[in-house]
Ligand binder design. Sequence first.
Ligand SMILES: Nc1ccn([C@@H]2O[C@H](COP(=O)(O)OP(=O)(O)OP(=O)(O)O)[C@@H](O)[C@H]2O)c(=O)n1
Length: 400
Amino acid sequence: MIESHKPFQTAKPVLEKIIQAGFEAYFVGGSVRDVLLHKEISDVDIASSATPYEIKEIFSNTVDLGIEHGTVLVLEGGEGYEITTFRTEAEYEDFRHPSAVTFVRSLEEDLKRRDFTINALALGIDNQVIDYFEGKEDLERQVIRCVGNPLERFNEDALRMFRAVRFISQLNFQIDPATKEAITKLHQNMANVAVERMRVEWVKTMMGIGRKAGIHELLDTNLYTVCPHFNEMREALVGLGDNQMTRLTELQGWILLAYYADLSDKQVKKLMRDWKCSNQLMNNVATGLMTLRKRLEQDYDFFMAYDCQKELAMEVEAILPSLGGTSDQRNLEAVYKDLPIHQVNELALNGHDIIEILKLEKKGPIIGKAMNLMKEEVLRAKVDNTKEALTDLLLAADFV
Ligand SMILES: Nc1ccn([C@@H]2O[C@H](COP(=O)(O)OP(=O)(O)OP(=O)(O)O)[C@@H](O)[C@H]2O)c(=O)n1
């Protein structure tokens, strides 16, 4: 297994060095799960019996990521590896004082505190998969099940409830009944989790192939009631789950959700802001939604194309058939090709020219009005984008 996967192969010398120094070390977490699911892996996590201080003695090049959480980044062969010391029953033991670390740590103790059985697998340097909690069986049964007592796992970190929903969607798995029952019971606890952490899980839920199943569990467990604005959006969430598109990008997910919820521009922006999305994403979702609504009524014209960048328009185009519209990428390409200007600075006249032509004393609101007039007339294809034609347009206009 190690030899047939590049990330494991390149990380193998790191494991070897730790073991040679007299400690235990294993690959753990998502990479082991994903390899068993025959998925590509990009990075690997390592768990070890060595404390961060002991790791720092073994390797010359390290970065302290969170020594108090027992994590050090080791830089070896141009790559970075996160090495975490086996965690024990104590929430996070304090590794800041090496002398204070007197716990007997074991791989089993560490895996016992992980969220789901499919994430509690370890891979040893001898290529053996260590599976104390029937994680491999759950991978085969396609079930998301907590390690041990679900109430305890969710009390350790309430975000894990949303992680369950995310894995259901990402892997198209089912949820184990006891795990589901615990989420239903404890869903309120997620209200204390940072929105940024919740957003990561929600975005992965929207983008997964099992979106319908993931959203179903989000609703069925009432977990959605502690997500920003989702209380008022139950029907829209059902719509997003039922939508026939198999895969969505993040942008398409938000646009569709806002579409099904029939949100106004202002409401979209509030939703995105409360989910702590970037301004860029917020603006793209708002513009994408506006374009989507128009496209369900009409073909692209210069105005729509100008307002919506081509990449964004392509994403909107892909959504249309799932809402009963017709996508026409060829027309979109043609409109973009013919678009007289893509942004306002492509106009043949700029602010200085306007001041000169209109003999203005100083800068003022008239410049904005003049720019807008030129933009509209050029996009309407009434006026050519040339200095002469635009000068005539400005001189004939009444700006008062
Ligand atoms: N709240 C959490 C977060 C993580 N983990 C454990 O830490 C590992 C790594 O977590 P993370 O990198 O967040 O997720 P992955 O499982 O690796 O999934 P992916 O990389 O696909 O997001 C998980 O597999 C799991 O064993 C956990 O027990 N509880």
